[in-house]
Design a protein around this ligand. Structure first.
Ligand SMILES: [Zn+2]
Length: 88
């Protein structure tokens, strides 16, 4: 039996609270992995997930964007964050 590992894909933009505690970002997706890396996991494959938390944070700062997207590769590593066509 191969052990199953759980990977949590979270919003990377964590904001510390006034007391210094840094809560984890919003959970966007969970991956369960085990054994070898499957053949479909290639660097060019990615998953793009919209993030309401980042959009709300930008709006609070006066930046109005239609959406914020976090891009991850299939091992859960953040590739880029985009807003309305811009990479941030
Ligand atoms: Zn986010």
């Amino acid at each position: 039996m191969t052990a199953v590992e759980e990977i949590e894909i979270r919003c990377p933009a964590t904001v510390p609270l006034p007391n210094g505690y840094c809560p984890p970002g919003k959970l966007l997706m969970k991956l369960l992995v085990s054994g070898d890396v499957p053949s479909f996991v290639r660097p060019d494959n990615l998953i793009e997930l919209p993030c309401e938390d980042c959009r709300a944070r930008l709006r609070k700062r006066g930046v109005s964007v239609r959406r914020v997207l976090h891009r991850f590769d299939l091992t859960g590593q953040l590739v880029a964050t985009l807003t309305d066509g811009e990479v941030i």
